[in-house]
Design a protein around this ligand. Structure first.
Ligand SMILES: [Zn+2]
Length: 333
């Protein structure tokens, strides 16, 4: 029998979401959305439904080109302006609503976003993991997903194994994959799961709507590393990107969203001006003028933006609201 507490923890957020779906449009008629910046992070883009069906990448809420287009149109229709980190640096006008698109990891399939960005003339930022880029190797979470799915494992089992592996450093994860899936396991299976090549990144980065950022060398969850090792991760990826791009990016996104105050300070020392987290919150403008500016990001979902856009515009969803309520109650007791 399912534990009652677990059942409540699961059903209350669903209930809040159901109510929000009805109430949000009414709230948004009266609530101002001025001076807010919503940043979303995506991972992969499918060129077609067939690519999605091939199951070569861990789902991670990846979207089709059509869903990305729908996402852009949704925010344009709601009077949001799409901006890049450069626009933020130059300074944005007051009393407006802004949205920013970011992609993590550096998949080749991110190139499929270009027709959408061009059609609506909206910018996007891409955070690159340089080890995969230079070695043309599959991302480790996709290796687990591809091989286990082929073996017939359930999605939850794959997810649990990926979560379990996140507690190790990158060389231990690599060894685990080699032991379990063989020496060829890092070879990508198709255009969908492979990273961009150096040549492709060079060309991609020259596109006027594209901004490139750092996502470490080994996609390291930096809080599990010593500060010296973390500094090496920044340096190595920065050196590689500088050689390819001709400049050192001043933006970075923490892999898996894990960071600490020391890591933020270190990011500043490594020359980053904006660091992107996965804290699901709205950024209020003007941003605090700190040495390095931390930006919150919402995860883009694989469902229609019409089903979750209003929640992001109000800065909540069922789980966020319920968890913060539980935290407040805990503090009171
Ligand atoms: Zn990542």
């Amino acid at each position: 029998m399912m534990n009652i507490k677990k059942k409540v923890d699961r059903s209350i957020p669903v209930l809040i979401d159901k109510m929000g779906f009805i109430l949000n449009p009414m709230i948004l008629k009266f609530k101002s959305e001025k001076n807010q910046l919503l940043i979303f992070y995506f991972h992969g883009v499918y060129d077609s439904i067939q690519q999605k069906m091939e199951r070569h990448v861990s789902p991670q809420n990846n979207v089709t080109k059509e869903q990305l287009s729908e996402f852009v149109q949704y925010f344009l229709l709601n009077n949001y302006q799409f901006i890049s980190p450069k626009d933020l640096e130059k300074g944005v006008e007051e009393d407006k609503s802004y949205v920013m698109i970011t992609f993590d990891d550096g998949y080749y399939n991110n190139i499929y976003s270009l027709p959408v960005l061009e059609e609506f003339q909206v910018p996007a930022t891409f955070f690159i993991t340089t080890k995969n880029l230079v070695t043309n190797s599959s991302y480790w979470w996709d290796v687990v997903y591809k091989y286990r799915t082929q073996e017939g494992a359930c999605l939850k089992c794959v997810h649990d194994e990926q979560q379990y592996l996140k507690r190790f450093n990158h060389s231990d994860i690599d060894q685990y994959l080699l032991d379990n899936f063989g020496k060829d396991c890092f070879i990508p299976w198709s255009e969908v799961d492979r990273p961009m090549s150096i040549k492709e990144l060079k060309r991609f980065a020259n596109h006027e709507l594209v901004t490139i950022g750092n996502h470490t060398h080994n996609h390291s969850i930096l809080t599990k590393y010593t500060l010296k090792e973390a500094a090496e991760e920044f340096k190595k990826s920065n050196d590689i990107l500088t050689e390819i791009l001709g400049y050192s990016p001043n933006i970075m996104a923490f892999p898996n969203g894990n960071y600490s105050n020391s890591l933020v300070r270190m990011a500043y020392e490594a020359g980053f001006k904006y660091v992107f987290t996965t804290n699901s919150e709205i950024n209020r403008l003007p941003l605090k003028k700190t040495k390095v500016i931390l930006l919150n990001r919402f995860m883009a979902r694989e469902i229609s933006i019409h089903d979750y856009g209003s929640f992001s515009r109000l800065g909540y969803d069922g789980s966020l609201l319920y968890n913060s309520f539980k935290k407040k109650i805990k503090n009171l007791i």
